[in-house]
Design a protein around this ligand. Sequence first.
Ligand SMILES: C[S@@+](CC[C@H](N)C(=O)[O-])C[C@H]1O[C@@H](n2cnc3c(N)ncnc32)[C@H](O)[C@@H]1O
Length: 276
Amino acid sequence: MLPPSLIRTVAAQELKWLKQHARNDALALNDLVRRRANGEPLQYILGTQPFGPLNLLVRPPVLIPRPETEHWAIHLSSLISPTLKRPLSLLDLGTGSGCIPLLLCHDWPKGSLRAHGIDISPDAVRLASDNALRCGTPTPTDPEAHDANTFQAVLASYLTSAFLDVIEPPFDIITSNPPYIPLHEYQTLPDSVKKYEDRGALFGGRDGLDFYRAIARLVSHKGVLSDDGLVVLEVGHDQADAVSRILVDTGNAFKIDIWLDPWGKRRTVVARKEAN
Ligand SMILES: C[S@@+](CC[C@H](N)C(=O)[O-])C[C@H]1O[C@@H](n2cnc3c(N)ncnc32)[C@H](O)[C@@H]1O
């Protein structure tokens, strides 16, 4: 619980943003304040959320990108330097707003990245496509795709491998911030999350690990991950060891690293396939 003085400061700042939004879009401030007082996330009311250098559209029920995701995506962007000579192919599983691949498309040299994002939610695929337009990132078939980084959002589930008929492997990088909240924690989430954000974006099964098992099965398929491919997975605050084990148990020769979030928690599991 925040101290009362900080709550007042945050409320004053939010009111400033709401006033600005009401002025810019000729909306009734009272309605915006009422929505906020009813627990609607500020980002859904304002309609946007910064993510690194991007200012992305957000719409319910698609998950609002979180600061911990922004943190590892920026770190990933700074670690790798793809080149025009050898463009990388990236697959983002459960792309939501498209935040992860769109940040990388923005940051990496033009023509060095071909990214796809799949999501089971039509709302997410629409939003990710709208965000790609907003960020000026073309799809592979756009005329301006020639020497640009490209991003395509595709409606598909990664619980089966059927989508691989549409998006051609191998992938050099597979990223995902999958649903990872276990049953006992989902029940305790605040209403502002449960009422507005898609359950399918949050709930990861009884122990929260169902989607990591599916990802491990997927990356074990021959030819899905390139020989020195990288898998980068956001995990819940106490899941890093369990997720590392799930990846190692696939029998792939993975070198595992764990990245910390800005608060020192082990929140990203990174597995690099060691070439045989
Ligand atoms: C935690 S959200 C992450 C969204 C976005 N990547 C981010 O970091 O903000 C998980 C996403 O996975 C999607 N999802 C859930 N089950 C899926 C499945 N079987 N196949 C594809 N996407 C799925 C949800 O719709 C949701 O958009």
